[in-house]
Design a protein around this ligand. Structure first.
Ligand code: SUG
Length: 443
């Protein structure tokens, strides 16, 4: 059946900040303590969504999570009013308080792993929210992510939204950031490349965490009944160089896999396994060498953390890169070389997502790809689909509620608690999420 690739982006929340919470994510460490601009961040994210919608791809909005996460802090024994909980946590346990304030749900590529119906044994679209249990601040996301996915994909005849895998180190899962689907066309059975960094029982001794286990990836394929699964080990050198997710060095669409030479531990085996699994198409591998683009430039410029999309009316694929790619001479040269070649990638566009980039989140991090057939698209929640009108409404909403400057110490301000709740209360009405979507609306 004919299908199209839709994107669901995480709407950037009002507590967007640079708290240095992600070891191995070099941008997060480098910018720790800097002032952020949540208002600019959310507007950049909304404009990026509109760019994709204007290009003809269905675009959805995933609501930010409630932060500060007062329930998490209460579970650690902090008591009193919500404002007192926040104040006491910042005083006695600032690392936990910072984790409770992170707006990290914006990076929707980590929200879940998705298996389109063409690949799933039961013919439904399957979603497993990622447990994200390598980093404390991200481990707080999966339950609310499930609520958001339930709201966007409500019909169990078409969609199966699962709980996260058990949140233990053996099953550490970072979602679609470590998954690429290749296919002849979106509606045909595809190859599901699942990239993992370590074995569940391996004594990991890398300088930075490996966030995905092989056993987590295998469990996802098994539970979704996913056909065409290819498991690949992420290269240790890439992780040591700051590749905390595979999507920092690799992106794919349709028959094309675009990746850095150092993406995989055994590139030849990955290519051979993909060729073997591909049904009815010949995979195209576009590989960039470390000589042309050293890993350090790859990570700072995020060439591969781009969206590789098939735009109606364009003959070849389009790579939607962050402006940082254009600003890096080596990355720009690679991008221009792609367009000049006769290869499968024929267009490069740039988007400004600088606020997110400074936390290690490029255009690809901000979106969850969901391949949908016409009946599945019709079964999604229309209130969460980005139209020009919704883009306008959300831009005005953000201008009214979001601060234009936030330092990590501002996160302790009890006024921010009221501001974020006021903003999210209004957002639930805008996105038709119903009462009780957020914990503060249920208590
Ligand atoms: O998990 N950064 C995120 C960035 C996620 C990017 N996603 C993909 N590559 N798909 C992370 O490391 C930093 C937050 C801080 O330091 O304040 C952070 O969580």
């Amino acid at each position: 059946m004919k299908a199209i690739e839709a994107n669901a982006d995480g709407l950037i929340g009002p507590t967007h900040s640079y708290a240095g919470l992600s070891p191995g994510n070099l941008a997060s460490s480098l910018n720790a303590g800097e002032a952020s601009n949540p208002r600019a961040a959310v507007l950049q994210g909304l404009d990026k969504m509109k760019t994709l919608a204007d290009l003809g791809l269905p675009q959805f909005v995933l609501p930010p999570h409630e932060r500060p996460d007062i329930g998490f802090l209460r579970s650690l024994g902090f008591g009193g009013t919500d404002a007192q909980v926040l104040e006491r946590a910042w005083k006695d346990a600032p690392a936990f308080a910072a984790a409770a304030c992170s707006a990290s749900s914006m990076w929707a590529a980590n929200a879940a792993t998705v298996t389109p119906s063409a690949d799933a044994a039961d013919g439904r679209v399957h979603f497993t929210p990622a447990n994200l249990n390598t980093n404390l601040h991200r481990s707080l996301e999966h339950a609310q992510t499930r609520r958001a996915l339930d709201a966007l994909f409500p019909d169990p005849a078409h969609f199966a939204v699962h709980d996260a895998l058990p949140a233990v180190a053996h099953l550490a899962d970072e979602g679609a950031a470590n998954h690429v689907r290749l296919c002849a066309d979106h509606g045909s059975p595809g190859v599901n490349l699942l990239v993992w960094g370590r074995e569940a029982w391996e004594a990991w001794d890398g300088p930075y965490p490996a966030r995905q286990t092989r056993q987590a990836s295998e469990s996802l394929a098994r539970r979704h009944g996913a056909s065409g699964a290819v498991l690949a080990r992420q290269s240790r050198a890439a992780i040591a160089g700051g590749t905390f997710h595979n999507d920092v060095v690799c992106v794919g669409a349709l028959d094309t896999l675009f990746h850095h030479e150092l993406a995989f531990e055994d590139t030849a085996a990955v290519h051979a396994d993909i060729r073997r699994a591909a049904q009815g198409f010949e995979p195209q591998f576009v590989q960039v060498s470390a000589a042309d683009l050293p890993l350090a430039d790859t990570i700072s410029s995020y060439l591969f953390n781009s969206m590789l999309v098939s735009i109606p009316g364009r003959d070849r694929l389009t790579l939607i890169c962050p402006t940082e790619t254009r600003d890096n001479a080596r990355s720009r040269a690679v991008a221009e070389g792609l367009v000049a070649s006769n290869g499968p990638i024929g267009h490069v566009d740039y988007v400004d997502v600088r606020q997110s980039m400074r936390n290690g989140g490029g255009p690809a991090c901000l979106r969850l790809r969901v391949v949908l057939t016409e009946p599945e698209l019709a079964a999604t929640n229309p209130a969460m689909r980005l139209t020009d009108e919704l883009h306008g409404t959300l831009s005005i909403w953000a201008l009214r509620w979001y601060r234009d400057r936030l330092t990590p110490s501002d996160l302790a301000d009890p006024a921010l608690l009221d501001e974020t709740r006021g903003a999210l209360d209004e957002l639930t009405a805008i996105l038709g999420l119903g009462g009780g979507f957020y914990p503060f609306q249920r208590d």
